[in-house]
Ligand binder design. Structure first.
Ligand SMILES: NC(=O)c1ccc[n+]([C@@H]2O[C@H](COP(=O)([O-])OP(=O)(O)OC[C@H]3O[C@@H](n4cnc5c(N)ncnc54)[C@H](OP(=O)(O)O)[C@@H]3O)[C@@H](O)[C@H]2O)c1
Length: 513
């Protein structure tokens, strides 16, 4: 069957989110890196796919004096460099006519009056009713001042009016529970929770959305997705790069805040959550919250036993020598910030009681890869598994989030021949091979959902705060231990030996993607 026909057949009957209402998308930080690399290319691709509403405007906001043609050039450059599709001249021209720039200093509400007048003019010219999406693509320290400026300048009406106002907030939301609450409280003074879309771009990835499809659209997995059949679950999010240019942020954050509190706990909830009774956003988000609330706290001395932190030292990346973390530009030479975390977590609910979840993330690991491995219990030590000297490999379901998106099932099979010899074969599904390389970027899906008013893939306040509550005792323990040596690993290796020992405590070993 031709690929297009296959894709059409496979998607028939599934309802994509539909954004029908004319909208103005206001990007605060419109001249920044995120807008350049992700948001403007995503909007262009949505336009090419005919998924934007029939009437729309995109208005980048920043402090620098920038004309509309200059901003369109900036957007064109971003699309040329980062879009999954190159810009096509006529289509780009049509799209670019809807792209504008507005000047404002975020903490200065008085500069919002001219911005408001500019938005009104654009909306009048383009026959837009004033539905607004405000995207905070700005440093987290500017979230609260910007929202206050929106309030003072009366940019936001109450929910349920004739037009809508929605807010998109980038991560990180706070750097601990207290600061997350302070940001959430300040935003809640201006926006109702139904108007707030907290982005974790991992949740927009096709493979991440496919976790629920895999679990709940197939009859073979759900009956065995529990403590009786699963030995343990591993989640690895590996980065190949070092800290790069992000030292200013990262040296105060570290891997636990940067990766575990958000992306990795979100992956964990999707693997562990109970089946929701519907796909309604609140129902799905309730079940995900249950999973986070069921995580057993790791506190006090248990932190030392269940969590490994480490820093990379000098090593190699693709054969090229690379400096250690403390030698990177902008990093405190005495920094105790972790660039690697491995931890053992338990979800104390009926489904998972006693099943360890191992989470591992780090910078300067051998490759960039995110993968979930679900390792099933071994078969009894009889028949083909009778010889303790050569135990059978376990059955493993691996979900590859990135790169090479897809999933694989490792199953023991007989090697052809007269003798019984057993080898784990791989049933491998690759998105690229089956559906072509047309997967939309995470930001495309997420922007579309905000336009359609669907909050399913966005983090609710209670879940963000529950995740902070769970990581806070770990951070507190580390903050108390001011002199204990921090394990290290050479750049280009899979973390310190302590991480291998952590998982060996459960009789397992890390599966390197
Ligand atoms: N870049 C990414 O790939 C990425 C990925 C995930 C999350 N994020 C998050 O997205 C947000 C934006 O990231 P980014 O990389 O785009 O940041 P960025 O390039 O450093 O900054 C974005 C914009 O913020 C404005 N800005 C910075 N400091 C300001 C200040 N003190 N007052 C007013 N405006 C200020 C600047 O606008 P003007 O100078 O033009 O006024 C700048 O263009 C951050 O919260 C980041 O954590 C980024």
């Amino acid at each position: 069957m031709p690929e297009a026909a296959l894709v059409e057949r496979l998607t028939t009957g599934l309802t994509p989110p539909i954004a029908t209402q004319p909208v103005t998308i206001v990007i605060f930080g419109g001249a920044g890196d995120l807008a350049h690399r992700k948001l403007l290319p995503a909007l262009y691709n949505l336009y090419v796919d005919g998924l934007l509403p029939p009437r729309f405007a995109v208005v980048g906001v920043g402090r620098k004096d920038t004309s509309d043609p200059e901003y369109r050039e900036f957007a064109a450059d971003g699309v040329k460099k980062f879009s999954r599709r190159p810009p096509e001249a006529a289509t780009w021209q049509h799209f670019a006519e809807s792209v504008y720039f507005g000047g404002a200093a975020l903490e200065d509400a008085s500069s919002f009056a001219p911005l408001g007048a500019r938005l009104d003019t654009i909306e009048h010219e383009r026959d837009l009713p004033g539905n607004r999406i405000y995207y905070l693509a700005i440093p987290p320290s500017m979230f609260v001042p910007t929202v206050k400026s929106l309030q003072r300048a009366r940019f936001v009406g109450p929910p349920g009016g004739t037009t809508f106002a929605r807010l998109i907030v980038e991560k990180p939301i706070g750097n601990d529970l207290e600061s997350a609450r302070a940001i959430d409280d300040a935003i809640a003074e201006v926006f109702d929770e139904r108007q707030i879309y907290r982005i974790d771009h991992y949740l927009g990835k096709e493979t991440v959305q496919n976790i629920l499809v895999l679990r709940f659209a197939n009859s073979i997995f759900e009956p065995v997705f529990n403590r009786r059949y699963i030995d343990h679950i591993q989640i690895t999010v590996a980065e190949e790069e070092g800290v790069g240019t992000r030292a200013g942020y990262y040296d105060h954050a570290g891997a636990l805040r940067d990766m575990v509190q958000n992306h990795m706990l979100q992956l964990l909830t999707l693997v562990a959550m109970e089946p929701p009774r519907s796909l309604d956003a609140e129902v799905v988000r309730d079940r995900k919250l249950d999973a986070i609330l069921s995580l057993r706290p790791i506190e006090g001395a248990a932190v030392d036993a269940h969590v490994v932190r480490a820093q990379y030292t000098a090593g190699f990346n693709m054969g090229t020598p690379v400096p250690g973390y403390r030698q990177e530009p902008g990093v405190d030479p005495n920094s105790r910030t972790e660039t690697f975390v491995a931890l053992k977590a338990y979800i104390d609910d009926w489904r998972w009681a006693g099943t360890p979840f191992f989470l591992r993330t780090g910078k300067r690991l051998p490759k960039r890869a995110s993968e979930i491995s679900i390792e099933f219990r071994e078969v009894p030590p009889i028949l083909f598994n009778a010889d303790p000297a050569s135990p059978l490999d376990p059955t493993v379901l691996s979900i590859r989030i990135q790169p090479d998106e897809g999933f694989a099932l490792l199953i023991n099979s007989k090697i052809p021949g007269p003798r019984i010899r057993i080898y784990p074969v791989k049933m491998d599904f690759r998105y690229g091979a089956t559906f072509g390389n047309a997967s939309p970027e995470a930001y495309e899906r997420l922007l579309l959902d905000v336009m359609a008013g669907d909050q399913t893939l966005f983090m609710r306040r209670d879940a963000v705060e529950a995740a902070w509550r769970w990581v806070t005792p770990i951070l507190a323990r580390w903050a108390d231990e001011k002199t204990a040596p921090i394990p290290t690993y050479p750049g280009g290796e899979w973390g310190p030996p302590e991480a291998a020992r952590l998982i060996a405590s459960a009789g397992a070993k890390w599966r390197n993607p």
